[in-house]
Design a protein around this ligand. Structure first.
Ligand SMILES: NC(=O)c1ccc[n+]([C@@H]2O[C@H](COP(=O)([O-])OP(=O)(O)OC[C@H]3O[C@@H](n4cnc5c(N)ncnc54)[C@H](OP(=O)(O)O)[C@@H]3O)[C@@H](O)[C@H]2O)c1
Length: 427
């Protein structure tokens, strides 16, 4: 049986590993902001990483930003390096949950998963890398289950809004929901916006290695999920979406893979009916289409060769037309940005047999929130951790490697996110 020992002798409920990274610094601030939501209103936490000096700086900055000078003296620092397994083990032994912000996960993630499983710490990450997420499930699920440890990946913008958005849509639908399409739009304010280099690196190495994903998937030996109701229609690689009134492409991130894993878990473990899912992202007007095609062709060419990857990694801003940068967005840019997921669902009303005829009912829902990568991601990650600490009995009965939808389907995570600015609604 899995156990989440919130009152265990471990000194910290949460340890933020990679706290000195671009994303890590905002996770630190989010934990500091929400500490009163910990068990019995008291969250014990620490920051961790490979440089004590950098971690001290992060705490100083958070103290100044949040006007909480006590952070400098009250939050402990743990020095741990992915290259030093003993340091990871020592860190994991002190934590109920490790919030892992060290990426690209394909290079640094497995060492941390192993240390968490061996030392009984639950693990939450913000990976958007399907290969890492699925390999973790393949290689560590049964060990994590034996140890009663929850390993829950993709708990950031990738892929909590999409995964929980599909479940929210299903739960609001009166009858059997059979298909959902999501359309993502991202808005930058007057100051523009960008994504930090860390995510660019994850994408470059992820696309370079994408051919291995199919063989990894074959190793699961899964039976295909049954199709309930009419089969979802796949759209083209580029189309004008009437739903969001802009040019749109299939979403290239981890959402489809994560949603599918959640659906499989719910079908196999909770007797749920599977929802078919299609994920799309708006790219704007015709000018953006031209830019994207040009940048995409260069990207696909360069990513195949080691010299090309080096070039891409060295010059993120140039090759992404400014979408990614080494400096990351400013706080002002982040404050002006937001995202919106529009979900279009179809299904069969109560009493209608999904095996007969076309869907006879529709639903539209929205998940919207603040800037994706450094505001929404820390909120989602920290609320996922607080849910584990506060609602241990609503988690799956055994430990294991889970997607967010599988781990949190029976918890109040959606309500928690609603209270923190990531809003789910029926429209
Ligand atoms: N799901 C989402 O929507 C989302 C959003 C944002 C980010 N992310 C992901 O989060 C990850 C981090 O992104 P980022 O932009 O924050 O990257 P980053 O600024 O480069 O941060 C990487 C962190 O990893 C640490 N690190 C590197 N090697 C290490 C080692 N050997 N031992 C211990 N720590 C090590 C770095 O430590 P130092 O500070 O000492 O260099 C730093 O703290 C990426 O995989 C990115 O894709 C996901």
């Amino acid at each position: 049986m899995a156990r989440v020992e919130t009152s265990s002798s471990r000194p910290y409920h949460l340890v933020i590993f990679g706290a000195s990274g671009f994303t890590g610094q905002f996770v630190v601030e989010e934990v500091a902001r929400t500490a009163s939501e910990g068990p019995k209103g008291n969250l014990k936490w620490a920051v961790a990483g490979r440089s004590k000096q950098k971690l001290e700086k992060v705490l100083e900055q958070a103290a100044a930003e949040l006007s909480k000078p006590e952070l400098r003296s009250e939050v402990d620092i743990i020095v741990a390096d992915v290259e030093e397994p003993d340091s990871l083990a020592a860190m994991c032994k002190q934590a109920v949950i490790v919030l892992n912000c060290v990426g690209p996960y394909r290079f640094f993630g497995e060492q941390m998963i192993k240390a968490c499983v061996e030392n009984g710490a639950h693990h939450i990450d913000i990976s958007g890398e399907p290969q890492f997420l699925e390999a973790t499930q393949l290689n560590y699920d049964s060990q994590a289950a034996d140890k009663g440890v929850y390993i829950i990946g993709s708990c950031g913008f990738d892929s909590i809004p999409a995964d929980l958005g599909v479940l929210f849509t299903r739960d609001q639908f009166k009858g059997t929901l059979t298909t959902v399409e999501s359309f993502l739009t991202v808005n930058s304010g007057d100051d523009g916006g960008c994504i930090h280099d860390g995510t660019w690196q994850s994408a470059v190495y992820g696309f370079a290695d994408s051919s291995k994903l199919q063989s990894l998937r074959r190793r699961f030996n899964h039976k295909p999920l049954p199709t309930v109701g009419s089969k979802i229609k796949r759209r083209g690689n580029l189309f004008f979406s009437n739903e969001i009134q802009q040019y749109t492409v299939p979403f290239m991130g981890s959402d489809p893979s994560v949603v599918k894993r959640s659906q499989r878990f719910l079908v196999e473990n909770q007797n749920a009916k599977p929802v078919q899912y299609g994920a799309y992202a708006g790219i704007g007007g015709i000018g953006n289409v031209a830019k994207m095609m040009f940048a995409g062709m260069i990207f696909w060419f360069l990513v195949k060769f080691s010299f090309g990857r080096d070039l891409l990694i060295k010059h993120p801003e140039f090759f992404s037309f400014g979408v990614f940068s080494k400096a990351g967005p400013t706080r002002k840019q982040m404050a002006g940005s937001s995202f919106q997921f529009a979900f279009y669902g179809e299904g069969y009303t109560e009493g209608q047999d999904p095996s007969q005829g076309k869907p006879n009912s529709k639903i539209r829902t929205l998940v919207k929130g603040p800037e994706c990568a450094y505001v929404a991601t820390p909120i989602a990650m920290v609320q996922a951790a607080l849910t584990i600490l506060n609602e241990p009995t609503a988690l799956p009965e055994t430990g294991g490697v889970y997607s967010p939808g599988a781990a949190f389907a029976k918890t109040t995570l959606t309500d928690r996110l609603n209270k923190h600015g990531i809003q789910f609604s029926v429209i």
